[in-house]
Design a protein around this ligand. Sequence first.
Ligand code: RB5
Length: 144
Amino acid sequence: MRVIIGNDHAGVAVAEALVEVLREMDCEVKHIGTFSTESVDYPDYAVQVAKAVASGEYHRGILVCGTGIGMSIAANKVAGVRAALCAEPYSAALSRLHNDANVLCLGARVLGPGLAEEILRTWMTTEFSGDRHQRRVDKINSLD
Ligand code: RB5
């Protein structure tokens, strides 16, 4: 699976840890940074990741900022993106099963690296269940 990951200055350490996890999971990973704690603007990273997923170049996207909120708001502006902000594994699983989320947003200042990893593993390994949920996702997609 091809995965693209981006983060702002608040998400550097967590994003770097998640890149290692994704590589261990045999994903092809593109990390677009930022790579330092110097302040940057999260929408610049959200839009790059969101567009790369919407175009089909990458199967999934991961975005990390302080809370994950700004990244999720920005990513969901891009047509074709269903970005889910998750703070625990149950929501991560349901965002895949019911919503076919293709971008995962995480809050580095909310989660420790251990919980972020657990959420990521759950999200990456849970498939969309389709069926009645496909009809609902189609309705979301028709809003693009
Ligand atoms: C940066 O200070 C912070 O606003 C950002 O990382 C994020 O939490 C925005 O939603």
